[in-house]
Design a protein around this ligand. Structure first.
Ligand code: NAD
Ligand code: ZN
Length: 359
């Protein structure tokens, strides 16, 4: 079976395109209870962007602090319940922020039309009804959450996405200027997420001409942004990285991520380490899987004077290492891609524990 992927319906790209949001939303305003729900990264509260959000008196705006924790099922249920009780179903949900806010907007839009807790729907195609209109405005580039068909949520039992065709945004506004305030460390970690997406998508059995075409271009763009002369945060590189993020997401959608993402999920679930940072922490130890990519990654680290932590595992308990290895092992699609269909013969939970002990 070949993948049949639902793409974003509409995409605006360009510096200053944020200001087209009002006209884009106007035709959707008559739907449902005639108001929009805006979920916005708390970073923008009181910043100039806040005054450019085309909010009307009937709309609801929620500023969310994404640094406390990655999006949770409980958080999604509570946003949905409070809005439903006070105003009913919105015309649509607009998310303005990084990967965390993209996932919150996608998940909330689905949960307005699917009863019960979002924990019931963590997995593939478990959602019963299409969600409401949702528009995403990424403000940090790299995760590809703006184009993926999953809204990753941490629940009481698992960190797993609400994954289905209806998760994908109806509209995305890609305005590279919005990323100019991203601190250099987050710029690096989140940008490396897209780099690692493509290294992993390329190195595995599901790689194909479609995913390869995107990955090849993304890796070229990442070199411009992080390594070549003129690298660093600049209007031109912000454009390149925003495009790379989207294309990296498309590359892995048609292929798959691999060992690094499996290990990173363990770090996030058990140690609450953030996705992009966790990928960087893991990637530096995976020479036998991604040797050439790792050499380039090390050059990029050096070039931007980013120092990753070492000897973390000496402070971890055996139980934590086992728990992380189990989380990683339970992502068979990633191991299948990276190691082949017989991966269970080649790799065990003990082997995964050994990888974590290198960290
Ligand atoms: P984030 O949304 O967690 O934000 C990281 C930090 O950057 C926060 O402090 C935020 O306030 C800040 N920030 C964002 N934009 C800014 C700006 N323009 N200026 C200044 N600061 C800004 O970052 P992320 O790395 O994009 O997202 C991580 C999340 O994405 C995780 O929850 C992860 O699970 C999820 N994710 C989802 C997918 C998917 O396909 N759905 C893929 C990968 C990761
Ligand atoms: Zn990722």
């Amino acid at each position: 079976m070949h993948k049949n992927f639902k793409n974003i319906e509409k995409v605006v790209f360009g510096r200053g395109s944020f200001d087209q949001m009002d006209s884009i939303l106007s035709e959707k305003r008559p739907e449902n209870c005639n108001f929009f729900l805006f979920v916005v990264d708390n970073y923008f509260k009181g910043k100039p962007l806040e005054s450019r959000i085309p909010i009307k008196p009937e709309d609801t705006i929620m500023f969310i602090d994404v640094d406390v924790h990655e999006p949770t099922t409980e958080q999604i249920d509570s946003i949905r319940d409070s809005v439903l009780q006070s105003k009913g179903i919105p015309s649509g949900v607009v998310g303005i922020g990084g990967g965390s806010i993209m996932d919150i907007a996608k998940a909330v839009s689905l949960m307005f039309t699917n009863e019960g807790s979002s924990t019931k729907y963590q997995g593939l195609n478990l959602i019963k009804n299409p969600g409401i209109y949702h528009l995403g405005v990424p403000t940090i580039s790299g995760t590809g959450a703006e184009c993926s068909m999953t809204a990753v949520l941490t629940g009481p039992e698992k960190k797993l996405g609400l994954k289905c065709d209806w998760t994908v945004f109806n509209q995305v506004i890609l305005d590279p200027d919005l990323t100019e305030t991203v601190p250099v460390d987050w710029w690096f970690y989140t940008g490396m997420d897209t780099y690692i997406h493509c290294i992993e998508s390329e190195n595995g059995i599901l790689n194909n001409a479609f995913s390869h075409a995107y990955a090849e271009e993304v890796l070229r763009l990442c070199k411009d942004v992080f390594l070549n002369e003129g690298s660093g945060q600049s209007p031109e590189n912000n454009e390149k990285l925003m495009v790379a993020s989207l294309m990296g997401g498309l590359s892995l959608t048609y292929s798959e991520v691999g060992v690094c993402h499996a290990l990173s999920y363990g770090l996030s679930k058990i140690l609450k380490m953030r996705h992009c940072y966790a990928n960087c922490v893991a990637f530096q130890h995976l020479a036998e899987f991604y040797g050439d990519g790792l050499k380039e990654f090390n050059k990029m680290l050096e070039h931007h004077q980013i120092v990753l932590p070492q000897n973390l595992s000496k402070d971890w308990t055996e139980q934590q290492i086992t728990d992380m290895a189990k989380v990683a092992y339970n992502l068979p699609h990633m191991w299948n891609h990276a190691l082949g269909a017989d991966w269970k013969d080649k790799f065990t939970v003990d082997d995964i524990e050994a990888l974590y002990r290198r960290f």
